[in-house]
Write a protein that binds this ligand. Sequence first.
Ligand code: F6R
Length: 357
Amino acid sequence: EKGTYPHFMLKEIEEQPFVMRNIITKYKDEHDNIKLDENVRNAVTAADRIYIIAAGTSYHSGLVGKELIEKIANIPVETHIASEFLYNMPLLSKKPLFIFISQSGETADLRGVLVNAKNMGHPSLTITNVPGSTLSRESDYTLHTYAGPEIAVASTKAYTAQMAVMAILAVDAARAGGVTIEFDPLQELAIVANAMEIFTNQKEEMEEVARNYLSVSRNCFFIGRSMDYHVCLEGALKLKEISYIQAEGFAGGELKHGTIALIEEGTPVIGLATQKGVSLNIRGNMKEVVARGANPCFISMEGCEHEEDKIVMPKVHEYLTPLVSVIPMQLISYYAALHRGCDVDKPRNLAKSVTVE
Ligand code: F6R
């Protein structure tokens, strides 16, 4: 039930700090260490390469998951769109592990890949919000995202929950593989939860950004680099699916190779700058579009913020910035859709779970 909330989407956006705290509790043992099924750990450490298979928003969390597992656990990872992988499978490594990421656990494109992986004798792990779902039952192992029921068609809390679970999985695998790692995901996720809360308490500011940038726009660009780029893909998907504004997430450095031709006087460009290593590069890319008339809006993080930034998030570990930086994007999309009179929870042409190919 959505209680006093006008929409499930707003309720689910606001639930994200609680979901983080829930995940911490569920994945913590009595000594405050990570608690994770030993069989899952063994499957991950036995793999010479991981294939993450997902669709839509879950695919976007899989892109971040690849970064986390590669950087933290040192295991090569490829993230694939399920419907592409199904009919155009890349060359597999000798000991692959398949990880299926799915809020519903029912997405047909993923199931097709799972059936093939099983036929080839490869191990499989499903990360899902619905244990007992088809993918969960049919794969060898399941990790639960504990986000609670997600009713709004646009996925929000499932996305951040998936990334949180993958961060925990990555550290667990790293430690099992003998990698010493300072990063404590359980502690860092608690900091993430607090940072999320700051944004969910700043709804007026987010509404204002939506009003100023998106109430009459035809289109919108989200630009970022490295980890931020993946979040830009998700920000753009959120905006297009509920507000019907044509939106595109773009790698900042790639704009000048064609897409910059679309920038006109007043085109909103939302820039994400949370990654220190590329923060100046993305600011340079923004200058390039501003010179062509773009209306810039930066979302940055304490420590690499500039005076003109519209939204500055509290500092969190650089591995976990997507979990926080996506929140203003979710809220801006929500308010943009509201201002345009769209049906936020049930956007046209979409279904919550896509059980046909
Ligand atoms: C976007 C959205 C979809 C789903 C996609 C995968 O907000 O909800 O893109 O993420 O259909 O669904 P699951 O995660 O249930 O496999």
